[in-house]
Design a protein around this ligand. Structure first.
Ligand SMILES: *[C@@H]1O[C@H](CO)[C@@H](O)[C@H](O)[C@H]1NC(C)=O
Ligand SMILES: *[C@@H]1O[C@H](CO)[C@@H](O)[C@H](O)[C@H]1NC(C)=O
Length: 387
């Protein structure tokens, strides 16, 4: 009898401990949840480039309509609330689509030189095809033109990777988030495995080109030119690693939520391992203030809230998608990083210090992507604690 009672007793204690740590987790998140509105206001108020339009749309989607983000249970089916703000972002991207199919281009002097950046709003245009029956064919033509640009117009590197630039053959870590989630999501919604597989292949080709040894393990260099066969920026840019991890995680989640999940487990396992590789290398390099450095090596090393927020978001989402890989080791660090990022939000909702999105070695005054990453981090944190 006695051992049995002891077992019961220890189970009761264990479950009470689990419950109180769950309460602590929710409280730690809730302490910061109220900041989201101001952080979002600064993002929406900012003048945006093509890549920022899609990144901001994704942040809004995860905040307002998590059921339609790739981290929702059934994101490619109708049944949620109409994702109004996300579609408002997507509509502007489509209205400013260039003749060659790139979204968010007809701004100021016109097209922006990037082959992949415009496609960052592609997932949200695809979302319009099944959540806004008023404009179904408009959304579909816009998404098809963007797809056609990526598959048939954009330059390709010698390995078959879609170049990040429109008139040169270059791999940028940034492109991972801009182009390949769109391919995966388009393919999932169209039930076209060739396109979904292409999204995975692009991630693999970019990793092959950019992954190098760093002081804390393998990480992604920022830019490699296929034209000159040299790195244009060999530094391990924190935000570049954030873009790469976020991009791969969106592709992974899109595959897992598609009808191809069971036939593509080798691909989703690879993506999970490649995401882990980035978290291992960047989390091992945290500054004394618990931020990811602007550059882990090969550049400025101030603590950067932008990269930090992106990578903390990845750790929280990883814990939900792949709990056996992304254990408490990752979420404990993500909570520390999130606290550091959110400890410095000012009266206008500006997150700091963060890297200037154009001058990668400088601290900037406003970063739309940094604001968006902070919102993605808050949404991922919220979903992880189940708040
Ligand atoms: C899948 O997409 C590719 C690229 O657009 C296209 O060539 C192919 O016909 C599509 N396959 C199916 C089954 O629709
Ligand atoms: C915990 O994470 C760090 C990186 O943040 C990694 O270096 C270490 O191997 C991990 N430990 C375990 C037990 O997974």
């Amino acid at each position: 009898m006695l051992p049995h009672l002891c077992t019961v007793f220890s189970l009761v204690v264990a479950s009470a401990v689990a419950q109180s740590s769950q309460i602590d987790r929710v409280a730690a998140y809730k302490k910061h949840a109220g900041m989201a509105a101001k952080i979002r206001g600064a993002m929406i108020g900012s003048i945006r480039t093509s890549w920022e339009q899609g990144t901001a749309a994704e942040a809004v989607l995860q905040q307002d309509n998590p059921e339609y983000s790739v981290f929702g249970d059934n994101p490619f089916q109708t049944g949620g609330n109409t994702p109004v703000t996300t579609l408002q972002f997507a509509l502007s991207a489509s209205v400013r689509q260039s003749g060659d199919g790139r979204l968010s281009q007809l701004v100021g002097d016109g097209a922006d030189g990037a082959a992949l950046d415009g496609a960052s709003a592609g997932p949200h245009v695809v979302l319009g095809t099944y959540t806004d029956s008023n404009r179904k064919s408009y959304w579909q033509s816009s998404a098809d033109a963007q797809l056609n640009y990526l598959l048939n117009t954009a330059p390709r590197t010698s390995t078959g990777a879609i170049s990040h630039r429109s008139t040169a053959k270059e791999y940028w870590a940034d492109g991972m988030f801009m182009g390949f989630p769109f391919l995966a999501i388009y393919g999932a919604v169209a039930d076209n495995q060739t396109i979904v597989q292409n999204a995975y292949d692009q991630c693999r080709l970019y990793r092959d080109a950019l992954l190098i040894d760093g002081p804390t393990g393998k990480l992604w260099a920022h830019i490699f030119s296929d034209d000159t066969q040299q790195f244009s920026d060999q530094g391990l840019w924190g935000t570049g690693n954030g873009w790469a991890a976020l991009g791969m995680q969106h592709v992974q989640a899109a595959i897992l939520k598609s009808q191809f999940a069971s036939s593509m487990t080798a691909q989703t396992d690879d993506l999970s391992a490649w995401i882990k590789e980035i978290l291992d290398g960047t989390f091992a390099a945290l500054t004394s203030d618990n931020l990811v450095p602007d550059y882990v090596s090969g550049g400025a090393n101030f603590g950067d809230a932008s990269a930090s927020a992106a990578l903390a978001a990845v750790a929280f989402r990883g814990a939900s998608l792949d709990p056996s890989v992304f254990t408490s080791n990752y979420t404990d660090t993500a909570v520390n990083v999130a606290n550091a990022v959110l400890s410095n939000v000012d009266n206008l909702g500006i997150v700091s210090p963060l890297v200037d999105p154009i001058n990668w070695g400088d601290v900037g005054s406003l970063s739309t992507e940094g604001q968006a990453f902070s919102l993605m981090m808050l949404a991922a944190w919220r979903d992880w604690v189940g708040a």
